[in-house]
Design a protein around this ligand. Structure first.
Ligand SMILES: [Zn+2]
Length: 464
């Protein structure tokens, strides 16, 4: 691995580099994170509570919503291991109903400017919140933490296929940029970047573009990655320079991970983030677990009774932001479900999540009312059945609509094979109705969901 180099901004000074005030602060925070990641979980938690005590006091004083909500509560007692669960949960509908009441009337000058964060609202009304220069700063530094964990060679080329603003990175050419992006530019020298807009580039256009660009690293959505691997075939015939793929924005199913890692013989690294809460977790360099960025967020995973789940169990995710003074989000039920992991063999004290399983609307309901997370990653079966795209929509307790995009109608035996695959994945012989469609468009934010429940829309999700 080549050592990453500092982008010095002091004339006449190349090494050691001084990247200027913003970059200096970036390195100072990174230096702390390099140490705190190894702290014991209880020590990290104690520091989180110290910080949350200050956030609570700010919220109670400066944010109208919390001024009302926290009135009369003993805030010092809330910011303890025992007291924290006494704080009310903040739901998505609370945020929508609160509107401007959740915006702080004042923040310390040093936190910089406010900026608005709007989630796309994949199925429902989007939510509005605000961030500050400090929240952006943490986003950048945590991006760097991920690069350093995974020992990225900063001299390589990074290709990003994701949703950009209209007109940015349009196919077939995409857009060339001199460096990887803002998070690295603040203090580091990197190789070039290349952008292609997922909203407008077809899979075959992406494949041609990638072969022209020949990147060292690729960043894209898991569903798009699986489609690319199917389109392009196995390595090393294609993309000989590619060393690693980063996935963002959607849940990465274990099947998709396995499929891509086997076909392309490289590592897939997944990240978990949200627009309103920032970077939440990044996959460990030594395992498939995600380490929570505890220096930026407190993550709780709770069962239906509101109790923390044990390692190996799935529960709903609650986020508390440690540094967002513009819209403090405290015990915010983000709409995701995740499985809590055991302490990681790498030795980091940062707590782990072993899976981020998705949203309530991605949950299957069996006829007896039992709910479970269906197996996804149908791409691996698409060689058996000539299907280009597949999405399952559950509309009742007994039937599933399978929306399919094919070159031609399936034969009887192909239909039977597809139904068999779906039955096995769902673990129940639902009545499967094949619905031939011309295209299954991506949802807001470019997300593709392979399984959608139209039965339970009680909990709507946010952006990741
Ligand atoms: Zn680890």
């Amino acid at each position: 691995m080549k050592m990453p180099m500092i982008r010095s901004r002091v004339p006449g000074l190349i090494w050691p580099g001084l990247p200027g005030p913003y970059g200096d602060a970036h390195l100072a925070l990174l230096w702390q994170l390099e140490r705190s990641q190894w702290w014991r979980a209880d020590v990290l938690h104690a520091h989180q509570l110290r910080q949350l005590a200050v956030v609570l006091a700010h919220a109670a004083k400066n944010v109208p919503f919390y001024r009302a909500k926290l009135a009369g509560m003993d805030l010092a007692a809330c910011a303890t291991s025992e007291g924290w669960a006494g704080l009310p949960i903040l739901t998505r509908s609370d945020i929508q109903a609160a509107g401007a009441q959740l915006r702080a009337e004042a923040i310390p000058r040093e936190h910089g400017r406010f900026h608005e964060i709007q989630t796309s609202g994949s199925t429902g009304k989007p939510i509005r919140a605000f961030g500050s220069d400090i929240t952006s700063f943490f986003w950048n530094v945590l991006t760097l933490r991920g690069h350093l964990w995974h020992k990225h060679d900063f001299s390589g080329k990074l290709a990003s296929i994701r949703v950009f603003d209209e007109g940015v990175g349009s196919p077939p050419k995409g857009m060339s940029v001199p460096a990887w992006g803002h998070a690295t530019d603040v203090a580091w020298i990197t190789g070039p970047g290349a952008l292609l807009n997922l909203a407008t580039a077809s899979v075959s256009q992406q494949a041609e573009w990638l072969q022209r660009e020949a990147p060292d690293y690729l960043l894209t959505h898991p569903s798009n990655l699986a489609a690319l691997v199917r389109e392009m075939g196995p390595r090393p015939a294609v993309l000989p320079n590619l060393r690693e793929v980063w996935t963002i924005a959607e849940s990465l199913d274990a099947n998709v991970r396995r499929f891509v890692e086997e076909e392309w013989q490289l590592r897939v690294v997944d990240t978990y983030s949200s627009r309103e809460c920032g970077y939440l977790a990044t996959q460990c360099p030594m395992s498939d677990h995600y380490h929570v960025h505890s220096e930026s967020v407190l993550v709780e995973v709770l069962d239906d009774a509101g109790q923390p789940v044990k390692p190996g169990e799935v529960g709903r995710v609650l986020i508390s932001t440690l540094h967002n003074y513009a819209t403090p989000l405290l015990r915010y039920e983000i709409g995701d479900y995740a499985e809590v992991g055991a302490p990681c063999p790498c030795g980091r004290g940062l707590p782990t999540l072993s899976r981020i399983v998705g949203r309530q609307r991605n949950m299957l309901t069996l006829p007896d009312g039992e709910k479970r997370w269906p197996r996804c990653g149908y791409d691996q079966f698409m060689d058996i059945v000539p299907v280009r795209q597949l999405r399952l929509v559950q509309r009742s307790l007994h039937t599933i609509d399978a929306e399919i995009v094919t070159e031609r109608p399936l034969t009887e035996s192909e239909s039977a094979a597809l139904v068999g695959i779906i039955h096995e994945a769902l673990g129940h012989p639902f009545e499967i109705r094949l619905d031939y469609v011309a295209e299954i468009p991506r949802g807001p934010g470019g997300k593709f969901e392979e399984f959608l429940s139209a039965i339970d829309r009680a909990s709507e999700s946010t952006e990741t």
